[in-house]
Design a protein around this ligand. Structure first.
Ligand code: ZN
Length: 260
């Protein structure tokens, strides 16, 4: 039994944090310690399933996939960084994200659609080949832009939008999406869950308003940390927040392959 704090975890950093981080019976993490692990993409093993009933949930699968809620954000091409922020401008990392090498930048821009404007939209780095704007369906109503549900990078038949930065305005012809919810995982996790890259699974949430999300894409890469990425509309619908845990309730390789 121990009370584990962020400074305790920082002290462990030099020798490498265990991944997953195992809790013994009675161990408790402070909220800051939990964030610290989540920010580094380290899952917590032995974490209790959040149960609203406190009993009678014998068949509930173990909730061990951490939730990452994506607010609206923008990935910029190098050229668009230059047009919005000026020649030679380099984005300033503000916060590391759970996926290795990805960060939230200090910089923000405004999105302008036919119906309205959303200010201070966060830019995620590093810059990419093609600019991509990820908004929720609710944001789309505010902006007057109605993008389809797409996995990152698929810009087929997507609308454009205007972006205002401190040094300029650009109008992109396409690249606005509502991001399709997905689970990032390493090859080891994929083997453990019996799924493969490109599979679709169902995800069960365990909050105050338990929901099942269907057609959730599995993304497998050696650099990925276990994380269920969904947008603010989906998280709000399920009363989910960053750092909660969900489980895979159905699907996997066999189901996906049978469908082709
Ligand atoms: Zn993601």
């Amino acid at each position: 039994m121990a009370f584990i704090t962020e400074s305790h975890l920082r002290a462990l950093l030099s020798q490498g944090l265990p991944n997953p981080f195992r809790l013994s019976d009675g161990d408790r993490l402070t909220p800051a310690a939990r964030d610290f692990l989540h920010d580094r993409g380290i899952p917590i093993a032995g974490a209790p399933v959040v149960s609203s009933t406190g009993g009678g949930d014998k068949l509930k699968p173990k909730a061990e996939i951490p939730v990452g809620v994506s607010n609206r954000h923008i990935h910029l091409s190098e050229e668009h960084v230059r047009l919005l922020f000026g020649q030679g401008y380099v984005l300033t990392p503000l916060k590391e994200l759970s996926q290795r090498g990805q960060y939230a930048a200090k910089e923000t821009v405004s999105l302008v659609g036919p119906k309205g404007l959303i200010k201070d939209v966060r830019i995620l780095g590093p810059s990419r080949g093609e600019t991509q704007v990820e908004i929720s369906r609710t944001d789309g109503f505010q902006l007057g832009v109605h993008p389809p549900l797409r996995l990152s990078g698929d810009h087929t038949d997507t609308p454009g939008i205007a972006l205002y930065g401190p040094k300029g305005l650009i109008v992109i012809e396409r690249g606005v999406i509502v991001a399709k919810a997905h689970i990032h995982m390493s090859p080891g996790d994929a083997a453990r869950f019996g799924v493969a890259h490109g599979d679709r699974v169902s995800v069960q949430t365990h909050g105050e308003r338990p929901l099942t999300f269907g057609d959730i894409a599995i993304r497998v890469h050696a650099d990925f940390s276990l994380d269920f990425h969904l947008d603010t509309d989906e998280a709000n619908a399920a009363f989910l927040k960053q750092g909660d845990y969900v489980s895979i309730s159905a699907g996997g390789s066999n189901a996906a392959r049978a469908k082709g």
